[in-house]
Design a protein around this ligand. Structure first.
Ligand SMILES: *Cc1c(COP(=O)(O)O)cnc(C)c1O
Length: 414
């Protein structure tokens, strides 16, 4: 007698966890920001792996959708754009004495310059026998990078001396705003005024500027008087709002990242069941717990207990501590009318669990995770770790008015 061979259950091919990046949403946001900024040009800021969205696919989509420039913090990031064959204008602005200025010059990357870099950039240009292109940065009040106002005249005249030697061209002047996300604050007016004066000094000294640029996303959206020749938008191209009191939808933007996984375990527990390290959450009645296989190693802030997870059309708060790999939701009655444990039997095993997305159908938003973690939406998306594969849907064609249009082929990770 042959024993009966039971075939193993088939493994299904749904990704275990993924950040789905909707490139059509990015294209839509670029078009929206371009129309707001016009006639100023638009720089798509793709630093920090495009705020976690994947630098190369985002950069390609942004350019195809009409972005004129790309921006990165580091030269190393800008070099990766060139290695991918992207030859659009790129500016990198945050350097150290270890920065490879020679590679930047040879690859035609524009360099922000706050002062000390000038000698290094000129030396690199001499070595590469190619003039550098620089954007002088003035600190108009943020107190971070940029030349002090006191040092500006000297920086401009040193730069123009190198320009006269043929080692570089001063093609830009720029600065960064401190409080543009709070449009009522007067400091922005002072920064604009200081910026105008700095630009005048550079032009009077002989700089033939291609681009004067000051605005980030919040200023692009709220202060047309900051647009000058170009705006530098990061957050907005990812479809997120920089304002406390205005949503993406109110700004005509569509969030591009959906973070999702699958319920890894669904189990009935008695009243009094403690949940996760510290047992900080204890079930108040017999209930059903759902295990969500994402944790702080995936970039979910450990502090963000209470953050929303949507399963089968219902949003549940995370209960108990978020661990390295996993977190727990309680399918039980807290906050839900007429719950019966029978509603969520083992059937939720493998169900899609969405932590945040574009908000369609009342789905959870990045901002709810930011609130749960005491941080901003910028940080939540940027921290999603490389353990979470990025999947790309859509393309530079835009949304045709409907978020979540037909997925195109997976373009692979960056
Ligand atoms: C990151 C950055 C930006 C983009 O800011 P958003 O608020 O994301 O639009 C613009 N300029 C500089 C100098 C930056 O560092």
């Amino acid at each position: 007698m042959n024993p009966t061979v039971v075939p193993p259950p088939a493994r299904d091919t749904v990704p275990e966890r993924q950040a789905v990046i909707n490139l059509s949403a990015i294209a839509h946001n670029i078009a929206q920001l371009r129309s707001i900024a016009a006639p100023a040009k638009l720089m798509a800021v793709v630093k920090a792996d495009a705020y976690g969205h994947g630098m190369i696919p985002v950069a390609r989509t942004a350019l195809a959708a009409g972005a004129h420039w790309l921006g990165t913090a580091h030269v190393a990031e800008a070099l990766k754009l060139r290695e991918a064959g992207i030859d659009a204008p790129v500016l990198a602005w945050l350097h150290t004495p270890s920065t490879d200025f020679a590679a930047a010059v040879s690859q035609g990357i524009d360099l922000g310059c706050s002062g000390w870099e000038l000698e290094h950039i000129a030396a690199a240009a001499r070595a590469e026998e190619r003039p550098a292109r620089i954007h002088l940065k003035i600190d108009t009040g943020l107190g971070r990078n940029g030349s002090s106002m006191a040092g500006w005249d000297a920086l401009v005249s040193d730069a123009i001396a190198f320009q006269d030697e043929g080692l570089l061209r001063v093609v830009g002047v720029f600065s960064h705003l401190a409080v543009a996300d709070e449009p009522h604050r007067p400091e922005t007016d002072a920064q604009i005024q200081a910026f105008r004066e700095a630009v005048a000094v550079a032009e009077d000294a002989g700089a033939d500027l291609e681009v004067r640029h000051l605005a980030n996303t919040p200023a692009t959206l709220s202060r047309p008087d900051t647009h000058f020749d170009m705006v530098r938008t990061g957050l907005g191209i990812y479809g997120l709002s920089p304002f406390e009191d205005r949503t993406s939808a109110q700004l005509g933007l569509v969030p591009a990242m959906t973070l999702q996984t699958r319920v890894a375990l669904c189990k009935d527990v008695p009243s009094g069941q403690g949940v996760s390290y510290g047992l900080n959450y204890v079930s108040g009645r017999p209930t059903t717990l759902g295990l969500i296989p994402l944790g702080y190693a995936d970039g979910i802030p450990r502090i963000a207990t209470g953050g929303p997870v949507r399963v089968n059309g219902v949003t549940y708060p995370v209960v108990g501590r978020i661990a390295m790999d996993q977190m727990v939701i309680d399918f039980g009655p807290d906050g839900r009318e007429g719950f019966s444990a029978a509603e969520v039997p083992g059937s939720a095993l493998g169900a899609t669990a969405v932590l945040f997305g574009d908000g369609s159908g009342g789905g959870p938003l990045v901002e709810q995770w930011a609130d749960a973690a005491g941080t901003v939406n910028y940080e939540v998306v940027t921290r999603i770790s490389q353990r979470v594969p990025r999947t790309y849907v859509g393309g530079p064609g835009g949304l045709d008015g409907t978020p979540g249009s037909e997925p195109a082929a997976d373009e692979g990770g960056a």
